[in-house]
Design a protein around this ligand. Sequence first.
Ligand code: ZN
Length: 270
Amino acid sequence: MEETPSKVELAVQMTCQSCVDAVKSSLDGVQGIKSVSINLAQEQVIVESTLPTAEIQDLIEATGRRVVIKGQGTATTSHLGAAVVQLELPGPVMGVIRMVQATQDSCVIDGTIDGLTPHGKHGLNIHEYGDLSQACNSCGDHYNPMSARHGGPLDAERHAGDLGNVTAEANGRARFRIVDNRIKVWDVIGRSMVVHSREDDLGKGNMQTSAVDGNSGPGIACGIIARASGLFENEKKICQCDGVSLWNERDVPSAGPSRSQYAQPQQSQL
Ligand code: ZN
């Protein structure tokens, strides 16, 4: 696969130079990491790499510090568009996927999905509609503007939305980074992303059904692809306006009634 490094901006809890040193050494010499820049005053770490963002996050968190992903961008200063997907319905499988259009021909799709079958492979696709009224059942078919057969991400003939499989680790978490040459962020904003119950046969399986959906079974989590800010565009220390601090954000549901119990009293607007 084409090597397209991207940059991720992380907020890392750092109070002194020794924190900076610890973060720096946690990333030192790791294969796939091209550069690391750390700003202590802003508690900001920018990593340029070809690794899934979740792997970078895990490496830094292994030093005992909290890490929040703030944005993703390209190795150069600008990108062509960015989006984020929160996979949440129908539950309990959940995930966050970030997309950034690095160039006209490379879309970086970086994500984490939790609650999957351990060591299992699961088909991941962009579907036609951003309609979650019946969870994944109302998302329509694989996004397929060229009326092609279902295939794998590297096949000449495929649905544009065919992203192949993600693989869960022993803990049921899949951490992945896909660089796709067919998807354009601007074509898929407002559509949906769906992870499926089974392995996608990439169109190589049993005849008719394989050509339609790769026999990957029903969707087990889905979310709408929403426009997102890219790197450096999100300067607020508070992520939402409801008082959930940045450092609590990681453990808090991004919406819904249970979110409010994490909110701190708002003495001042930051
Ligand atoms: Zn397909």
